[in-house]
Design a binder for this molecule. Structure first.
Ligand SMILES: Cc1cc2nc3c(=O)[nH]c(=O)nc-3n(C[C@H](O)[C@H](O)[C@H](O)COP(=O)(O)OP(=O)(O)OC[C@H]3O[C@@H](n4cnc5c(N)ncnc54)[C@H](O)[C@@H]3O)c2cc1C
Length: 458
């Protein structure tokens, strides 16, 4: 029975980095991958979607070229085969590089197959049973498929199968108006598809503040996306070459006819076929592996990192999980999940960069707070670039002067948010940034300006 110091199940965003750290520390490691090296981020998540978003942006910019004095003769056409080929090349470079680095990592054995616990410290893969004192689970998640009558009888797409598309869907109907759904919605609209987004909640991206949801809905609608909120999908059926999606809204039923349906209604962890019961590893009701602040499961010597532990749903949270585990295990550095500050982006154009609490969350605390908002129309860089949609919002604790959160919906919002994030990590008062001299002309130069215009949050 092959014996290792550590077994890592899954090559998501945490596992491979941990494998490298462990072998450097002299440990004998086995790493198991059942499908594509690099997992969701590299193959069906961040990397391909941001590559596709870049193609969509190029098409959008080409259509707006005349506004900038640039003449393009004839119509702007998108070659979907070329778009996919570009995406595939970027993904392949990343995936192959990762696979090569693992296969050539001395002290690390790569197993290709489905790993499954057969006992506390024993994992079966391809008919072999591997044992180790330390086991790290990094199995990620997949699209959750809602139980909608008829959905199992029609062809539908998920973020994974979207990656195989090399043609233009005539009408893409997207179930789910949150982060994943909206990125695909704008991208396919810009490629040239008709796009309808159907969202159950009264507004898009319901976890964000209402003003953010409204602004995002406005610019998506302005691009010609049909946004239906407060709309419950109650049935799906094939009608000739189309798929009919029956929607219930405001007490009425209506049908949306699309050529393709994308299901983007949430994610679920890949823990259902992992033999967790054989190892006695506890999960919550939704299948997320329960972990403590240092990512230890209830079974000593077993950790869970990344999306499968339900403590984050991003590449950077999974990477941070790796840092927490490595810090505690190898560096005598007691890092904790609770040390991190919420941060993420929505990669529409313009993007939304988020840090810390939303305005609604700040209000819920009941603490006295200050707020400042600034329309992107006031930002000279955005004006010069002709991209003035959106606004920035920042919230500060009135008494401690610490920044509580920010939502930057606008040009470079996903980058600019980091100047706020770093001041939050430094636990410095906002006045530090208010007095800082930022570079002109940038979007970031307006963050100190905003901090000089704080008002009481009513
Ligand atoms: C469309 C989309 C866009 C996204 N965009 C962003 C973004 O822009 N920024 C961002 O931060 N996040 C983004 N995310 C989220 C991000 O992709 C995930 O949070 C991240 O990939 C989580 O990584 P992970 O380490 O948990 O595991 P994953 O990347 O999911 O990898 C898990 C790996 O484990 C393997 N595996 C599973 N079970 C087993 C088993 N039993 N045996 C062996 N191997 C197994 C899987 O095959 C997979 O390779 C996006 C997600 C989606 C769906």
């Amino acid at each position: 029975m092959p014996s290792y110091d550590a077994i890592i199940i899954g090559t998501g965003q945490a596992g491979p980095a941990l494998a490298r750290r462990l072998v450097t520390a002299g440990r004998k490691v086995a790493i198991i991958e059942r499908k594509l090296f690099g997992g969701t981020c590299v193959n069906t998540g961040c990397t391909p979607t941001k590559t596709l978003v870049a193609s969509a942006y190029a098409a959008h910019a080409a259509r707006r070229a005349a506004e900038y004095g640039v003449r393009i003769e004839g119509a702007v056409n998108v070659d979907m085969k070329a778009v996919k080929a570009r995406k595939d090349a970027v993904v392949a470079a990343s995936r192959d590089g990762l696979e090569r680095s693992l296969r050539t990592l001395e002290g690390c054995t790569v197993y290709e197959g489905h790993g499954r616990f057969v006992a506390e410290k024993k994992v079966a893969v391809n008919g072999s049973e591997l044992v180790a004192d330390h086991i790290f689970i990094n199995v990620g998640g997949r699209a959750a498929i809602p139980s909608i009558p008829g959905l199992d009888r029609v062809p539908y797409l998920t973020n994974s199968s979207m990656m195989d598309i090399d043609f233009l869907p005539a009408h893409l109907v997207i179930l789910g108006g949150s982060y994943v759904g909206l990125e695909f919605a704008q991208m396919y609209r810009r490629f040239g598809s008709e796009v309808t987004v159907i969202e159950l909640s009264p507004r898009l991206i319901p976890r964000e503040d209402e003003d953010i949801s409204r602004a995002v809905a406005d610019f998506l609608k302005a691009e010609g996306i049909d946004v239906r909120v407060d709309s419950k999908v109650v049935g799906v059926e094939k009608q000739g070459n189309s798929t009919a999606v029956t929607v219930e809204s405001a007490g009425k039923r209506l049908q949306v006819l699309g050529t393709h349906v994308l299901v983007a209604t949430g994610r679920r962890p890949n823990t259902d076929d992992l033999g967790l019961d054989r190892a006695g590893i506890a999960t919550d009701a939704r299948g997320y592996i329960q972990v403590d602040d240092q990512l230890r499961t209830n079974v000593p010597g077993v950790w869970a990192m990344g999306d499968c532990n339900g403590r984050g749903a991003f590449t950077h949270t999974s990477w941070n999980d790796f840092q927490i585990v490595a810090g505690n295990l190898l560096d005598n550095d007691p890092r904790r999940v609770s040390d991190r500050i919420t941060a993420y982006a929505l990669y529409t154009d313009p993007p939304l960069g988020r840090a810390g609490m939303t305005e609604a969350e700040v209000r819920k605390t009941g603490k006295p707070a200050l707020i400042s908002t600034l329309a992107m129309e006031r930002v000279s860089r955005a004006y010069e670039r002709g991209e003035t949609r959106g606004f920035m919002k920042i919230l500060v604790d009135r008494d401690s002067k610490r920044i509580l959160g920010a939502s930057f919906l606008g040009l470079e919002g996903d980058e600019v948010i980091h100047c706020v994030l770093d001041v939050m990590y430094a636990k410095a008062p906002y006045t530090v940034m208010q007095r800082a001299m930022h570079i002109h002309p940038t979007v970031s130069e307006f963050v100190p300006v905003m901090l000089g215009e704080l008002k009481t949050l009513q």
